[in-house]
Design a protein around this ligand. Structure first.
Ligand code: PMV
Length: 330
């Protein structure tokens, strides 16, 4: 089941003795993200480009409580920290951040809310962990550099995704367009001329761990074919970067289409992704591709600003659950 903001199904009562003021009085916020080019190949050392998406956010706050609690009702969960499993990414981010601040994790409640669809390629996991780490730092009056936030949240990403490249938590921690290569410090992506994309949520939740695992299995079976696909994607990323940093962004359209074709060849696309890409192109999008893990999740379409509404409407008519129009580099 997909859990959207406000769809909490937690009917349990509040923990006894917990003071319950208004929720999220001074929240720490983290934005969503999309990958413009290079997903999947980035896991194998190729570069990728990602940008923050401020239209969707995760928010968190840490406050004094009786006992230790996590209140994540957006996700339908409200529980004692002691009941969290070892594979709970939220509990891990909470614990690591408190430890990093040199404080005991005692009598604290973490409250988390999010408007970012889960398993949709918009960086929900990274944003929730980032908001958590920032909320802990805020609570203890500690300043954390984006690199430190990214390093702490990478541990949660590992629990969620198995073998993440680190691109999601890095772009969310830095909140600026980035060029990312696994294992290296990210570089800023300089957007010479702002451009507009429409992000369409396919409504098909698709855990990244599964598509990443399938690509790994394919790579193990036929390393030459997969390495060639990754290298082709890497070359497209270099072309896209050069366009974004200096040329007419409309030229990105064909690069997007080509990246989509290579993602299809990798086996991470799905009928809904291709239907949405085709619908966007049919009404004037300059290019379109899936973004993130694929097999559902979201699709991005490059548009001239005056065709954004028509493309968004066409995407919704073709089955997108919702769309977000955003300017990159504004
Ligand atoms: O599905 P998302 O938005 O979390 O993106 C995952 C991007 C991948 O390249 C598929 C995996 C990764 O860790 O980089």
């Amino acid at each position: 089941m997909r859990l959207e903001a406000g769809s909490s199904s937690d009917s349990r009562e509040d923990p006894p003795g917990l003071s319950r003021g208004p929720r999220l009085v001074h929240p720490s916020v983290a934005v969503g993200k999309v990958i413009l080019f290079g997903e999947h190949a980035v896991v194998y050392g190729q570069p990728a480009l990602a940008v923050p998406v401020a239209a969707v956010t995760a928010r968190a706050e840490v406050r004094a409580a009786r006992g230790e609690w996590i209140d994540a009702r957006t996700f339908g969960r409200h529980y004692r920290l002691a009941q969290a499993t070892e594979r709970d990414p939220l509990a891990l981010a909470f614990r690591l951040a408190v430890e990093h601040c040199g404080q005991p994790l005692r009598n604290l409640e973490l409250v988390v809310e999010s408007t970012i669809p889960v398993a949709a390629g918009l960086g929900s996991g990274a944003a929730v962990a980032t908001a958590t780490v920032r909320a802990v730092a805020e609570h203890f009056g500690v300043h954390l550099a984006p690199e430190v936030v990214a390093a702490l949240t990478f541990e949660s990403e590992k629990l969620l995704h198995g073998k993440p490249s680190g691109i999601d938590n890095t772009v969310v921690a830095h909140e600026r367009p980035i060029v990312f290569v696994k294992g290296q410090p990210s570089e800023p992506l300089h957007v010479a001329r702002p451009f507009t994309i429409v992000i369409a949520d396919s409504g098909l939740a698709s855990p990244t761990r599964i598509t990443v695992g399938d690509v790994a299995a394919g790579h193990a079976q036929d390393p030459e074919r997969y390495q060639a696909l990754f290298a082709s994607i890497g070359a497209l990323v270099a072309r896209a970067r050069a366009i974004i940093e200096g040329a007419d962004p409309a030229l990105l359209g064909p690069v997007m289409d080509e990246n989509q074709r290579l993602l299809e060849a990798l086996g991470v696309s799905a009928e809904i992704n291709e239907r949405l890409c085709a619908a966007a192109r049919a009404v004037g999008a300059l290019g379109a591709k899936l973004s993130g893990g694929g097999r559902g999740g979201n699709v991005i379409a490059l548009v001239a600003p005056d065709s954004a509404d028509a493309v968004a409407a066409a995407l919704e008519a073709a089955g997108a659950r919702r769309t977000i129009t955003t300017q990159v580099g504004s």
